[in-house]
Design a protein around this ligand. Structure first.
Ligand code: DGJ
Length: 732
């Protein structure tokens, strides 16, 4: 049993972890424990020790046994002496915001219920177990349902919150965060994956001090600037040792996450929808479902935490045809042509792509009515046959005749001022009355909280998808939300627009996937500006960054890898010097880095020499050979982001095959050899080692490769890279 309700203690067990709470003598739901697996007797022991009261600073003199200011709690509301960040704040119809949540009930739930309208981990096999706990305000009939699901095999606890209003009046939800993780220790570092366009998800480690650390997005999407995935870790935590806790938000809009110490040395971590500009009217009898957070714990360092997330996302977040299937190798025309192309030019590129083993041709921005720059036409999803020189159908047929699939770019959530759609539906745009609104990238954002607008976009996209053999969509989004006002909602509901926008996007994605289940959607937001578990539920791969310089991608892909599976990261071989950085890098390094993702190309292949085409054809073959290992194997970061060279490694589940890459970041002026130790192998298996296609004479035991390592002699200069295949000698 992974969920156990016994006396006043509720326990969730996974393979290696225990999550535990207790109803304390005052009827509050206290957090007891989250950490390494406990046996049942220890669990009860912990409850008996009285952890769930924590006396030192009783806030209410009528109750000296309990302090709401410091007691670790599972969830709490504003107004009754919990001065930490409280996840819930409501305004009742009498204007009061005081809410005191006490335990009402706890019930087993088989498997995992769906969250209405929201992405979440799914459990089609019915292997997981859940518990639903009801807390209730002491005065009003406001119910808070906390849902916890244990994914035993993956050491994952998913949790979410639903609020039900039975108060007899309407109320306003001013804050409904999804998780509150209190802890009895406070010597932690908070690890964030913040960044900017061209430098998304950069690893930052900040010691928890005496002031609260907050990360958030107010941009309407999860954003380039901060990613909704966090780790707090003990000071000694590295890839292999130490304790760490991960929290991934399954949501793509505004969010907040913060971590703070209390004066007595406990901590609180919270995460959820950003309360700023969030005011949700909940009528009597209605409920509000807040998004899910995926928690995990490891006492074997970051590496184990990463494996937990990679595995659960691949098996229980991805859905549909591509959840567990080979991903196509793409050629995308964007960096090859930008807006300037004809069908003839595209076909020339496609033919070369076919010659190097590419499976899918993707036509990026610029294929629809009058779209020759980013000045116009977004929202007019009709083919510009004049520009192409033929109907889209004809181009697709010719590409299909080459034996390749065809993919198409859309930016469904945006609209140009110069578009027929805007002229016909000016009210479908997020714009406050009497204001035109910011024109980021010369475009506005469609009001996706308006179901009519969502219907309209769905109709136009369906028309294209019904009449053309399209098997892949690149779903782009090149804006942050400003001027957030919906003409479809009354004045007192404007605080709902941000959240309803996200629900509208999810609805559109769901409808497209339902109608076109064979289409693979790759998400994109000016690069990786909305790379989160919410989007991965619909699009199991995401364009990682518009920065395609492999040396810059090292740290972007490094940061992204902590939570998100390698197969979720769109990664392409592009031109050199790179369009963004002007840095020159060898083809080999561009290819090696792109292989740590969904391999593809984004350059004008017609300009390459026959030797270069031959080189890339060989690389594509290597990728095909290892694509299953890259997609399903365990991923290890071999170095930190600050190392002079960077390395990573994939190991097959049976530990018999492995692929590693090492990239030299700065010239090795001392010519000091790199002695690289590997991870995850079977110590007693003998392996062959092939470095850049050349097999070493000796066989090496897994033990030697992991403890002594290999002398990588080939790397001396910056931007060079090497590929190491480690293959069981028996499997030969
Ligand atoms: C931004 C994306 O990140 C690029 O890959 C490309 O699709 C452009 N948008 C097209 O406008």
């Amino acid at each position: 049993m992974s969920v156990l309700i016994k006396e006043n203690i509720i326990t969730l067990n996974t393979k290696n972890t225990t999550y535990q709470m207790a109803v304390n003598p005052n009827n509050y739901l206290a957090h007891l424990y989250y950490g390494a697996l406990l046996d049942d007797s220890l669990a009860i022991e912990r409850g008996n020790v009285g952890y769930h009261t924590l006396l030192p600073l009783p806030y209410d003199c009528r109750n000296r046994e309990f302090s709401s200011a410091v007691c670790p709690l599972e969830y709490s509301a504003y107004g009754c002496g919990d001065f930490r960040t409280t996840p819930l704040k409501v305004r009742f119809s009498d204007g009061s915001s005081v809410c005191d949540l006490i335990f009402e009930s706890a019930n087993y739930v088989d498997s995992k219920p769906k969250l209405e309208g929201l992405p979440a981990l799914h459990d089609n096999e019915g292997k997981s177990q859940s518990v639903e706990i009801c807390l209730k305000d002491k005065v009003h009939d406001l119910r808070v349902y906390l849902l916890y699901t244990a994914f035993e095999e993956y050491d994952i606890i998913a949790r979410s919150v639903r609020i039900e209003n039975h108060t007899g009046g309407d109320l306003i939800l001013e804050s409904v965060l999804s998780t509150c993780l209190d802890n009895y220790e406070d010597e932690y570092d908070l690890i964030t994956f913040d960044g900017k366009p061209y430098a998304e998800r950069t690893f930052h480690r900040t010691p928890l001090g005496d002031v609260k650390l907050t990360c958030e997005s107010k941009r309407g999407s999860s954003s380039h600037q901060c990613n909704p995935f966090f780790i707090f870790a003990t000071k000694n935590c590295d890839e292999k040792v130490g304790e760490c806790y991960g929290s991934a938000f399954v949501y793509s809009g505004n969010y907040t996450a913060s971590m703070e110490k209390t004066p007595i040395g406990t901590t609180r971590f919270v995460m959820g929808i950003n309360p700023e500009n969030f005011n949700f009217l909940l009528k009597d009898g209605e409920s509000f479902q807040a998004p899910e957070v995926i928690h995990s714990y490891s006492n074997n360092g970051f590496s184990k935490l990463t494996h937990n997330y990679h595995d659960v996302i691949r098996k229980h977040l991805f859905r549909g045809k591509y959840a567990d299937a080979e991903r196509p190798i793409l050629i995308n025309n964007w960096e090859a042509t930008y807006f300037k192309f004809t069908a003839e030019k595209l076909l020339d590129i496609a033919k070369k792509a076919k010659a190097i083993g590419v499976d899918t041709f993707v036509l990026d921005d610029g294929w629809f009515l009058g779209r020759n720059s980013d000045n116009s036409s977004l929202g007019d999803w009709f083919v510009d046959e004049e520009k192409l020189g033929c109907p889209l159908n004809q181009l697709i047929k010719e590409i299909n005749a080459l034996g390749m699939k065809f993919g198409l770019w859309f930016e469904p959530e945006c609209i140009s001022e110069n578009s027929n759609l805007y002229r016909a539906h000016p009210n479908w745009v997020l714009q406050a009355p009497d204001r035109k609104g910011a024109l980021g990238r010369k475009q506005w954002v469609i009001d996706m909280s308006n179901p009519d607008a969502v219907d309209g976009i769905f109709g136009m996209m369906s028309d294209i998808l019904d009449n053309n053999n399209i098997e892949y969509i690149k779903w782009d989004f090149n804006r942050y939300l400003t001027d957030v006002y919906s003409h479809a909602l009354p004045a007192d509901s404007q605080g709902e627009v941000h959240h309803r926008y996200v629900l509208g996007v999810y609805d559109l994605l769901e409808r497209i996937l339902k109608k076109y289940p064979n289409v693979l959607i790759e998400g994109c937001a000016s690069g990786g500006g909305r790379f989160d578990c919410g989007m991965l539920y619909y699009s199991p791969q995401y364009w990682t960054s518009d920065n395609t310089d492999p040396m810059e991608r090292l740290s972007i892909q490094y940061g992204t890898s902590f939570c998100y599976p390698i197969i979720a990261m769109g990664s392409h071989v592009t031109e050199s010097p790179n369009h963004v950085t002007k840095r020159d890098t060898p083809f080999k390094t561009r290819s090696n880095v792109a292989m740590a993702g969904t391999y593809g190309f984004e350059l004008d292949l017609t300009k390459l020499s026959s030797e270069e085409i031959e080189f890339l054809a060989n690389e594509t073959n290597v990728y095909k050979k290892y694509s299953q290992l890259i997609r399903t194997g365990d991923y290890y970061r071999l170095t930190s982001n600050s190392a002079r060279y960077m390395g990573w490694q994939f190991v097959s589940n049976d530990k018999l095959n492995s692929l590693a890459v090492i990239v030299q970041r700065t010239s090795n002026i001392d010519f000091k050899p790199i002695i690289q130790k590997f991870e995850g192998l079977n110590p007693s298996v003998m392996y062959r080692v092939v470095i850049d296609g050349k097999e070493r004479e000796n066989l090496y035991s897994g033990n030697a490769l992991m403890n002594i390592g290999l002398n990588i002699r080939s790397l001396k200069y910056e931007n060079e890279s090497t590929r190491i295949e480690i293959l069981s000698a028996k499997a030969q």
